[in-house]
Unconditional design. Sequence first.
Length: 88
Amino acid sequence: MDFWQVHGLIFLICIALFPRITMLVAGTVGSFGLLGWLGWIFAPHLTVAILATTYYWNTNPVLCVIAWFVALSGTTYEAKTVSRKRSA
């Protein structure tokens, strides 16, 4: 299955910027049970990267690598923001 056959550019931008909202609206969270919900709550960027790698690695490996870069940078940015808010 190819990513571009299922999703478009707007979905790609939304999943990168707003992963929780996009996964909730797209319905990808509920299909993975408790593990999907825990990923959605605690590490949405990583959950998106894991799902992208699982489904699209064979057809779009470049897109999956970009998803991992976004996931690692997004998670790091969120952690820094939270630690700054707590110390202030």
